[in-house]
Design a protein around this ligand. Sequence first.
Ligand SMILES: [Zn+2]
Ligand SMILES: [Zn+2]
Length: 267
Amino acid sequence: MVADLPEYEIYAIKYAERTGTRGGIFMHADPHDAPLDMDYYVWLVRSAERSIVIDIGFGREEGERRGRTFLRCPAESLGLLGVDPVEVEDVIITHLHYDHAGNLERFPNARFHVQDRELEYVTGRAMTHAALRHAFRLEDVQEMVALVYGERVIFHNGDEELCAGISLHHMPGHTRGLQSVRVHSQRGWVLLASDAAHYYESIEQEVTFTTHENLFEMHESYRRLRRLGGAMTHIVPGHDPLVLERYPAPAPELSGIVARLDLPPAY
Ligand SMILES: [Zn+2]
Ligand SMILES: [Zn+2]
């Protein structure tokens, strides 16, 4: 779409799910509480030259401890698309919540791309508050610090280009150093919001997600996603089951598991 930029294939892979209610997921939900499910995804971006993984999900034990339905190992599920996690060289961690940054050990040859502010946040004073640390897993944070010492973490400060056709965008609020990822594809730019917007309605209705570090910044990030991403058909929320409904599967046998985001959604 943009001359000279690589066009990446983009995939969302569902690895877990949870049944919930609007009242448990959004603040100020209407009093007639209704069911609202949550899907858990990892994302894969690839061209002929390289594969980049975005977030790596949680392990079975951690997921089940939190009452989630674990469907498949996020790292192994990359094999559905022919990618071996051992061979992956670059992993973008959008933020360090347990459902995005587990399984670090399953990518032994990867560099991990994180925002400066996220590492500061998860190792600093904020984590003395149970209300702020409950969605982090201590072992993930400890492992990430070990990776810093092992020179396998690449820090980013705010909005940066990772490589031609892939850029990182700081979207604070849900956590302090959350980043969304914008990827150039055959249908133009696609913005992977991750938890900057859990659902389509997060952006469309500006509903308040319960877990956040800074409510004002979270709402500012909803608006920034929209400015940056343009049409909602080019913005992909981080946990919405509608993603699998709207986007085509890359093959019939992957229906309900993998969505191809570089093709246009049905709506
Ligand atoms: Zn999160
Ligand atoms: Zn999440």
